[in-house]
Design a protein around this ligand. Structure first.
Ligand code: SF4
Ligand code: SF4
Length: 110
């Protein structure tokens, strides 16, 4: 919440005081191996919403009580993955998404 409030303050600042320099600190190396839910690895032949599946998984593991319910309400789940490997090959952050799908299916049981 604190981070969100900091970010939203940006919109209250006059144009001259808006600082975009933080963008320069985002290096792809910081995200190597971490799913950032960008969905650049799509399309999935099964139609799994890869970014959303990963987001609910991370939220659930970080204690978000609603994340599991949201995950279970999805039409397709990690267990629907047919292990084609397309997502792992396409991920610009080097995420082993195919392996993650197995991990996520095990966590949620679906
Ligand atoms: S696996 Fe890679 S491309 Fe796919 S959503 Fe995650 S970070 Fe993005
Ligand atoms: S490995 Fe699984 S999640 Fe990834 S594209 Fe193939 S079916 Fe979809």
């Amino acid at each position: 919440m604190e981070q969100l409030e900091t970010l939203l303050k940006f919109f209250d600042l006059p144009e001259a005081e808006r600082d975009y320099s933080v963008i320069g600190s985002f290096k792809p190396a910081d995200a190597v191996g971490k799913c950032v839910y960008c969905n650049h690895c799509k399309p999935c032949p099964k139609g799994i919403d890869i970014g959303v599946v990963n987001k609910y998984y991370d939220l659930a593991r970080n204690g978000d009580a609603m994340a599991k319910e949201h995950y279970l309400n999805l039409e397709l789940h990690a267990a629907d993955c047919i292990r084609c490997g397309h997502c792992s090959r396409r991920c610009p952050f080097g995420v082993d998404q195919m392996g993650r799908m197995e991990e996520i299916a095990g966590y949620f049981g679906r």
